[in-house]
Each structure stands twice: as C-alpha cells, then as structure tokens.
Design a binder for this molecule. Structure first.
Ligand code: ATP
Ligand code: MG
Length: 397
C-alpha cells in the first residue's frame, strides 16, 4: 500500500494555556524533534492544535516514531492518518485503499467528520455519510453504531490536506517536558522515587537526579541499579543528569555521636540540605522525593515537617497520597518496576535504628544535630559530587 501517512499528535491541556500557549507548543515541537532523531527524517510542526509528524522519505521508521510519540508528555492522543487531497474524489479513493486493513475484524464503526476549512463544499454530516457508505461497501460484516462503535473513523478536512484515520491511542498526557522549570529528584534505588520523578516530568518539569551512596556500606552494584533506573526513566524524561554524593562519613559521624533513635531523621536532614545545595548549583527550582505519608518512620507527618523545615525551596512529593499498590502500578507504567525490586542495599538501610522516632520534635532533633560539625560535614560530602548523564538514546541532545 502506497498511501502516504503522517502521525498526528493531539495537544492536551496545552491548548488551555492562553497567552503562554506558544511556549508550550514550541517546547512540545522541540521535544518531538529531539525524540525523532533515531527514526529518520521527519518534518515536525504545529498547526491547528495538532503536531504533525511527517516522514520525509521511505527510510523513516513510522512504527518506531509512533511508539515514541506515545511517551512524549503534553500529547493526549496519537494516531496515524492517511493523507488525501482536499476533494471528495481523493478522500474516497484513499478511504477505499487505506481503511479495509484498518477495519479488518471490527464489528461496528462510526464516521466522524471534522471540517476546519468551512469552504469545503460538503458539510461534516455529508462527508460522514459518504465515507460510511464507502465502508459498508467493503462487503465485510461491519455495521454502523453511532453510540458505541468499536472503532471511530475520522475524516478531517484541514487547511492543506484532508486526513483519514481509524481510531486514536492515548498519549502520555500532562505538559511538555521543560515547560515548567527544573526539579531535583532525590533518587534512591526503590520503587517510589522513580515514579515521583516521572510524575513531575509529566507536569512539565525537567528532571535532574541526586543519589546518595554510602560506599563501602552500599555497593557499586547498588549505584549501578540507580543508574539503570535513571536510564529507564529517560523513556519518558528524555535526559537526566544523575549526581552522586557520598554520605559515608556523615553516616559514621551520626552513628558515633548521636542517639540511635534519631539516626534516620538526622540522615534525612543532611540529605535535604545537600539536595538543596545541589539544586541551587544546577538551577533546579524544587526538590522531589518519593515519600508517601506514613509509609515508614521517616514519612510520618512529624518527620516530614522536620525535613521540610531545613530547606528553603518547594519540596514536591507526588506519591504522598498514593498507597503502595498505586505506586507499583505507576512504576510498571513507567517501566521502572522490574529494576526497582532488585534487592540491593540503600544508604537508608545502613545503620538503621531499632526504634526510629516516628514523632520527632524539631527541638530534640536540633539538639542531636548540635553534636555534629554540620557545616563541615556538608562541605566535605558535597565535594564528593560526581555527575553522569543518561539519555533516552545516544542521539538525544
Ligand atoms: P523509595 O522507594 O523511593 O526508595 P522508600 O519508600 O524506600 O522510597 P525512604 O527510603 O524513606 O522511602 O526514602 C524516601 C525518599 O527519600 C525516597 O523516595 C527518595 O526520594 C529519598 N531517598 C531515600 N534514599 C535515597 C538515596 N540513597 N539517594 C537519594 N534519595 C534517597
Ligand atoms: Mg528507599
């Protein structure tokens, strides 16, 4: 079949953004252009609330590009459409060639015509009736069902061309990546933090990550696991710089000088302080964690209040109201679950107290903190920072 096809990506909430709309559009088009690199030469542009992804030659991998487009935030629906000239003769010709394969095995359909060019001689219901007749003439057993069709055939008459498509698949939703600023994700090797990162990327944040290791108490393989998670997140987040800081000396100092019950909350204070410093250096305007209220001792309301009080920037915790099964569902959706459940130690599991404080009082915690040379420990830890960059694929820049 030699009917030329394009991929049409429908804007989501982006269309609602009023004066800012252009920024969202250009962020989305830019992102789609970057994501198209490995699939060949495409012309990608925005027109009439839709991003057009047009293959420029035969070598284009349309299947690959189509799957890729489904992982790009800011798009609510993705479909492949046949291109026709803007006259009924050609629309019918294309429908006859293009649709039989698309409708094979389907029992019911309806035709939905959209005419953004009001000068087109036929009105929408007339186009629908005409193409409906063509489909019924295929001789298969397919019937019309306008209320609950198995597949909706859409004929769109737009400015330059007309398009025919059968069905539409959901896109990744949300807002285009980088349209909302940049956030620093505290990325552990667990299930929750990769999900938290993807959820905020979906709201338009570019994601930068910070991982704390505690070598030799945590292993090289535990760090590798985190790098793999970051790489997997790139399927949706595109590019992630992963910073790594060593907490070893801080943890030893806490173990040697502080009361055991406070180990966890003290460690979290150091994490947040270091994360804030990293965020400021790398121009991130918010921190992101995978915390879920009440999940463990460090995630009680009292503990969260303490960790919040030591930083001066917004802390986003998108998993806060989700329970574990819901987070797992998201982890599967974003493709990070299988890696996340590999059993490796995390710095939080090093020197864990037998009875961590679940209702820490800020005053008591600060008294414990005074036993340490906090600023010197922060400087020393921050000096261990190293960075690796993960990309959805090598061509992405
Ligand atoms: P996760 O599944 O994300 O590991 P968790 O349920 O194990 O979360 P905690 O270990 O208490 O919970 O961690 C809470 C949050 O603190 C994590 O979601 C993550 O954002 C951050 N965090 C924990 N450990 C690390 C680490 N080693 N490096 C960076 N951030 C971390
Ligand atoms: Mg964890």
């Amino acid at each position: 079949m030699n009917i030329p096809e394009v991929i049409l990506c429908k804007f989501g909430e982006v269309v609602l953004k009023g004066a800012n709309r252009q920024n969202f559009e250009s962020a989305l088009v830019k992102e789609l252009r970057r994501r198209a690199c490995p699939y060949g030469n495409f012309k990608i542009y925005f027109k009439q609330s839709t991003v057009y992804v047009e293959p420029l030659d035969e070598l284009c991998d349309m299947d690959g590009m189509y799957e890729e487009a489904k992982r790009v935030f800011g798009i609510v629906g993705v479909n492949r459409a046949a291109v026709c000239e803007k006259n009924m003769e050609d629309i019918i010709r294309v429908a006859k060639e293009y649709l039989p394969e698309k409708l094979a095995g389907k029992r019911t359909f309806k035709v939905d015509a959209k005419r953004s060019d009001k000068k087109f001689p036929l009105k929408s219901p007339e186009i629908s009736a005409e193409i409906g007749g063509v489909i019924l003439s295929f001789g298969s057993r397919i019937k019309v069902d306008v209320h609950n069709p198995e597949v909706t055939v859409t004929v769109e008459v737009r400015d330059d061309n007309a398009f025919i498509r059968a069905g539409q698949e959901p896109g990744a939703g949300g807002l285009p990546i980088r349209s909302a600023g940049r956030g620093l994700l505290l990325l552990s090797g667990g299930i929750d933090s990769p999900v938290a990162g993807c959820m905020m990327a979906k709201r338009g944040l570019e994601i930068e990550a910070l991982h704390f290791e505690s070598f030799p108490y945590t292993s090289e393989r535990a760090k590798e696991k985190v790098m793999t998670l970051a790489e997997e997140m790139c399927a949706f987040c595109s590019r992630i710089h992963v910073h790594v800081i060593s907490l070893t000396h801080i943890q030893e100092e806490i173990r040697d000088r502080c009361e055991e019950d406070y180990f966890t909350i003290l460690l979290r204070i150091f994490m947040m302080r270091l994360a804030e410093r990293c965020a400021r250096e790398y121009k991130c305007q918010a921190l992101i964690t995978g915390e879920s209220l009440g999940q463990v001792a460090s995630q009680t309301l009292a503990a969260i209040a303490v960790t919040d009080s030591v930083v001066n920037m917004p802390v986003f915790r998108p998993c806060i109201g989700l329970d574990k099964t819901e987070i797992i569902k998201e982890a599967r959706h974003y493709g990070t679950f299988d890696t996340a459940i590999l059993p490796f130690e995390d710095c939080c599991t090093v020197f864990t107290p037998r009875h961590p404080r679940t209702q820490p009082k800020l005053g008591d915690v600060m008294r414990e903190l005074e036993k340490l040379d906090v600023e010197a420990l922060l400087d020393e830890a921050y000096a261990t920072l190293t960075t690796e960059t993960k990309l959805v694929y090598p061509e992405y820049r």
